[in-house]
Design a binder for this molecule. Structure first.
Ligand code: PHE
Ligand code: ZN
Length: 867
């Protein structure tokens, strides 16, 4: 199928103006009440709105109601026609008194809405997405998060096509209308910003359940999907109930409405959306069963369901004053969902995964042309700031506050924050202030984490003096320059430190929290009677890059004995990096230290399989590149493959044993998941040692699998190999799942991630495959996103990879700018590569920026990447 590119809104010359945090002004008009009436139809939906407006403060400015692509059919003020004007989409009306009722009427076409913002159609459903500024595509409204209103919504639609009608809050009436139509009326008692408005109409079936809150209130829960998907909703429902209980237990937060709805839609720009009482999800974060979803998918579903649910307090009840404060709700909510997942499974493994993601996604962002503080100072298009910095570094900032204050004071602080600001639109500063007030701890210097971009670099060295039985830890910090920010001040860096006896292996004294807050500091330890090893930044207590000056053999020892699982994992990874980076310089490095560490890990009786699976994973090629002055994709690939080969051949029997372990597909316990994870990592290493054996074992794993984790795991190894086994497995997978779009995404993704010299040819061919289309963001990202993340293939010296990605960005931009813009950073890393590749990458960025009619979204990302 070739996608016909339609232009519902012929792109007007984009206004590429920056908006600054310092320019914030409170709204001129408040909107205490919003009444909406929808006559729903995929092609022509009529929207009537009635806003109650109240002048805010002493001024005589007109009311300005944002609109995007809206044509007013009627405008009435207090019931009478009134003069108005349109100022590049914004409806401007002069109002006399201090309050007024403004009614407007417009018509929109959900079926023609390809941006998936506002009201759009997805797989026969009509649904909305309003964050950040989508509400203005539905009706005229201030559409800013500090304007909170009570909403009532009346919707009507064809009863056969759209039997289910949902909106925020409570259903207060429904009935039949004329000519096969019906209607429903919804009211949300909680004032909310427009970005949390939501509405869905469609032919949906619910998995329904109940939850009794801690105060004994009954809440009806529904997960709405297509009827045939109902069997795949059990895990999401279990996750929802577990999240509701956890938020009561850990944060004292109770759900506040009698109804909580989740709807799954196939076409969605992000993961999911926390609309009050009506969360809307990308179906990939709802639907799962053992035959179609991997353990990682199951875990992601639990995490995203919890994340959106937790927003009910951290986001909905207390919301953001303006979009610069986005991390107020996102950083905090990511931190909360990380805590939930840690409590539901292995905390150590969860921390390892979170840190890996931070390093893979956020550190490069912080080191590149798009670096920005957790609380940005300016933006051209706010959607570009839903970043790993705002989300994941933001979560680390909250975690550091908890580390510094202690759990009890942190909980007091969060109680105070929710209590003090319930029903308000507030700032990151308000959050920190609540933490300070509740704990009595001064966080003045800590606030720099919100304003200074860049990953702090910390150097550490431990000196031991046996005569005085003391040790001195020397620490230094440096915050790199980032675009628009030089000469930074030293930050507060909380470092969990332990000293471990080199001979005894015992921790000397207690683990200690050190707050590094100067450029340089020296810390003394006394009563140390044996030579100590430094275990530092345990559990990744601070999101920094650490360089420790060590003696020979120290890392090997830590990898073997550190009692902190995270620290042990880190030591193992450091050994790998050392060998891998040496291998990029001078050909294959001596693998013996890594092999010994892996052998020790595999043989350990105290470590569980999930941890072993993590510890055996070699750093990705991208992560290795991040440690080099200039990324050399070919050298990195060779070095990593050679280490993999060494491990695979030297540890063949241990690895084969781990690979042969079987966990029943319907067993979703942490230990069964661990067995499966280790199984595929072992397979991958083995295949490095012996490709023919790897092919056969992978094919056997594929054929015998009774679950998607083992099946996809086998394919993830096969995809980079060559042989009839590979072709047979991929053909089988396609035949089996071609009608299940979420699984078919995996088929695209696995081929795009192949480490083969022909990957670019395959990917170009897949872009012409009948099952490829650019309207569905999941499918587009499965191919383009995974390819661009495949360092060795993407950075093909010919530049074909760059050209392909740039073409895809430009193509999808005409339809869906948000999706397009999120892919630009892969080209924006050109400074990290040798001049040949850098030039080719730049040329693609130049071509993008020079293309007439590109979106504001893509313009901002591409132009900043060139700058
Ligand atoms: N607020 C959503 C979340 O993180 C993300 C999102 C942003 C979804 C914008 C859609 C659009 O939970
Ligand atoms: Zn969120």
């Amino acid at each position: 199928m070739t996608d016909v590119l339609v232009h519902p809104e012929a792109p007007a010359a984009p206004e590429h103006v920056a908006i600054f945090r310092k320019d914030y002004r409170p709204p001129d008009w408040l909107v205490p009440e919003v009444r909406l009436e929808f006559e729903l139809d995929p092609d022509r939906t009529k929207v009537r709105s009635r806003l109650k407006l109240v002048r805010n403060g002493d001024h005589n400015r007109a009311i300005r109601l944002a609109g995007e692509g809206l044509e007013p059919l009627a405008v009435r003020v207090d019931g009478a026609e009134a003069p108005w004007s349109l100022d590049s989409g914004t409806l401007v009306i002069e109002l006399e008194g201090d309050d007024a009722t403004v009614e407007t009427e417009i018509e929109i076409s959900p079926a023609a809405n390809n941006k998936l913002m506002g009201l759009y159609s997805s797989g026969g459903l009509l649904c909305t997405q309003c964050e950040s500024e989508g509400f203005r595509r539905i009706t005229f409204h201030p559409d800013r998060p500090d304007v909170l209103s009570r909403y009532s919504v009346r919707m009507s639609a064809d009863k056969t096509r759209f039997p289910i009608l949902l909106a925020n809050g409570n259903l207060i009436g429904s009935g039949d209308g004329e000519v096969g139509r019906h209607w429903a009326k919804w009211e949300d008692p909680f004032p909310k910003p427009s970005y949390l408005f939501a509405m869905v109409a469609g032919d949906l079936a619910a998995n329904s359940d109940r939850f009794t809150t801690m105060s004994g209130r009954e809440v009806a829960l529904n997960i709405w999907v297509r009827t045939r998907d109902l069997p795949k909703t059990a895990h999401a429902m279990d996750s929802l109930k577990a999240a509701m209980r956890w938020d009561e237990d850990v944060y004292g937060r109770e759900y506040d409405l009698d109804l909580f709805n989740i709807v799954a839609v196939d076409d969605f720009n992000f993961g999911a959306m926390e609309n009050k009482g009506l969360n809307i999800f990308n179906s990939r974060y709802v639907l799962a069963d053992q035959d179609t979803a991997t353990d990682v998918d199951f875990d992601n579903i639990a995490g995203v369901v919890a994340h959106e649910y937790f927003h009910n307090w951290s986001g909905d009840r207390v919301t953001c004053r303006d979009w610069f404060q986005l991390s107020l709700k996102e950083g905090f909510t990511v931190f909360r969902d990380q805590g939930f997942s840690a409590d539901m499974g292995s905390a150590a493994v969860k921390r390892i995964e979170d840190v890996r993601l931070l390093r893979a996604a956020q550190f490069p962002e912080d080191a590149g042309p798009l670096a920005h503080p957790v609380r940005p100072e300016s933006y051209i298009e706010i959607t570009n700031f839903y970043t790993a910095t705002v989300y994941n570094k933001g979560a680390e900032v909250i975690r550091m506050m908890r580390t510094i204050l202690g759990e009890e004071a942190f909980r007091k602080g969060s109680d105070l924050y929710f209590d003090r600001h319930d029903g308000q639109a507030v700032t990151c500063e308000d959050f920190v202030k609540a933490m300070e007030d509740a704990s009595g701890v001064d966080l003045s210097q800590f606030r720099l984490w919100y304003s200074q971009a860049g990953t702090p670099q910390v150097a550490a060295k431990l000196d031991y003096d046996p005569t005085s039985a003391s040790a001195t830890l020397k620490l230094r910090q440096r915050i790199p320059n980032t675009p628009g920010q030089a000469d930074k001040q030293p930050m507060v860096i909380p470092l969990n430190v332990a000293l471990i006896g080199k001979d005894s292996g015992a921790t000397v004294g207690e683990e200690r929290l050190i707050l590094l807050n100067d450029d340089e500091e020296s810390i003394s330890f006394f009563g140390i009677d044996e030579s100590p090893l430094l275990s530092i930044n345990r559990d990744f207590s601070a999101p920094v890059m650490l360089a420790v000056e060590r003696q020979d053999g120290d890392l090997e020892k830590l990898a073997e004995i550190d009692a902190n699982p995270f620290a042990r994992y880190e030591a193992c990874q450091e050994l790998m990096y050392r060998s891998l980076i040496e291998g990029t310089r001078s050909g294959p490095a001596d693998p013996s230290a890594v092999v010994a560490a892996i052998r020790g890990t595999l043989r350990s009786n105290e470590l569980d399989p999930a941890f072993k699976g993590e510890a055996l994973l070699l750093p990705s090629e991208g992560l290795i590149g991040d440690r080099m002055d200039l990324v050399d994709p070919d050298a990195i690939h060779r070095s990593r493959e050679s280490l993999r080969t060494a491990i695979g051949s030297e540890l063949a029997s241990e690895l084969a044993q781990a690979q042969s372990a079987i966990a029943a597909g319907d067993d979703l316990s942490a230990s069964a998941k661990g067995v499966r994870k280790l199984k595929t990592v072992a397979l991958w290493l083995l295949a490095g040692g012996d490709r023919d054996r790897g092919l056969a074992m992978a094919k056997a794993q594929y054929d015998r699998a009774d679950n998607m984790t083992d099946r996809q795991g086998a394919l993830s190894v096969l995809t980079s190999l060559e042989g009839p086994e590979r072709e047979a497995a991929f053909a089988d997978f396609y035949q089996r799942y071609k009608n299940d779009s979420l699984v078919l995404d995996k088929w695209f993704a696995l081929q795009a991630a192949a480490q083969r010299t022909d990957t670019i040819d395959v990917v170009e061919a897949l872009a012409r495959h009948e099952d490829f289309g650019i309207r569905n963001p999941n499918r587009w990202r499965a191919l383009v996103g995974n390819f661009a993340a495949n360092q060795w293939a993407f950075h093909h010296p010919s530049g074909r990879g760059y050209r392909f990605v740039a073409d895809m960005i430009l193509e999808v931009d005409r339809m869906n700018p948000q999706v397009a813009a999120r892919q630009v950073p892969s080209l924006g890393r050109w400074r990290r590569f040798e001049s040949g590749r850098a030039g080719l990458m730049r040329a693609e960025l130049d071509r993008i920026v020079a293309t007439p009619g590109i979106s504001r979204d893509v313009y901002e990302q591409a132009s900043k990447s060139l700058g």
